[in-house]
Design a protein around this ligand. Structure first.
Ligand SMILES: Cc1cc2nc3c(=O)[nH]c(=O)nc-3n(C[C@H](O)[C@H](O)[C@H](O)COP(=O)(O)O)c2cc1C
Length: 224
């Protein structure tokens, strides 16, 4: 697949076929993604690739704790709630997804169902947890590097016909993930990536989210 086609075609996949993903394929994708640059080549990332019974235990634990109202215990900072243009963009993509799924604005049950789907890692056959070495926790470069490798990972997967959704939902109950994935204390849990073969009949998978234009994002200095 041409690079431009991967970048233009990739979108988050939130509905999967149950078919397994071969381990060798995931190893190949990780090896490619790990060619990403990192600060001073420190490569602060670790990947915990989970499937089968341990992943089912994570889904069950996340569901149980969220339904019980146990406060979230994510291991990363999220800052202030979104406002202004950022809130508008958040609402924009949510509207696109709900509209595709036929979820009405006032349908609390269906909305809750959608949220729980995220806590179940969208029922994907594989979940990759990205963690980083705790000793590097104070550097913003660490988050930057994890983002770089994650973006490469989802694009490498897409180029092979696999879909992903990067998500925070899967790791909001971090003790569940830490226990069932066996993540050591010297690593901080950063993000989850659901991965599998896209279900082309799942309406939300067709959603193409919007982007602000280049002229809003970029300033060119010294060109004229
Ligand atoms: C850091 C990060 C966290 C995200 N968390 C979630 C999440 O918890 N649930 C979800 O459904 N999507 C999540 N997403 C996916 C974004 O909603 C999605 O990337 C964005 O709307 C752009 O859509 P696209 O990936 O289809 O281009 C997350 C993406 C990133 C990069």
């Amino acid at each position: 697949m041409h690079f431009d086609d991967v970048m233009r075609g990739r979108r988050s996949i939130r509905g999967y076929k149950p078919d397994p993903v071969p381990r060798e394929m995931i190893e190949e994708i990780l090896a490619l993604a790990m060619r990403s640059p990192s600060s001073m080549n420190t490569q602060p990332w670790n990947f915990h690739v989970i499937t089968g019974a341990p992943l089912d235990r994570i889904r069950a634990g996340n569901t149980e704790r969220n339904l019980a109202g146990i406060p979230h215990s994510r291991e990363f900072r999220i800052g202030q709630p979104f406002a202004g243009v950022h809130r508008e963009r958040q609402i924009g993509v949510a509207k696109q997804l709900f509209s595709a799924m036929g979820i009405a604005r006032d349908d609390a049950a269906m909305r809750q169902d959608w949220v729980m789907r995220g806590f179940r890692q969208f029922d994907a056959p594989v979940c990759i947890i990205i963690s980083y070495d705790r000793v590097l926790a104070d550097s913003d470069d660490t988050a930057f590097d994890c983002g770089a490798v994650t973006n490469a990972l989802v694009n490498a997967a897409w180029s092979r016909g696999l879909g992903c959704v990067i998500n925070s939902q899967g790791i909001m109950q971090s003790p569940v993930v830490r226990e069932h994935a066996g993540i050591p204390d010297d690593q901080v849990i950063m993000k989850a990536i659901a991965l599998g073969w896209p279900d082309d009949d799942f309406p939300a998978n067709a959603v193409v989210s919007e982007r602000k234009p280049v002229h809003e994002a970029a300033r060119f200095v010294g060109f004229d």
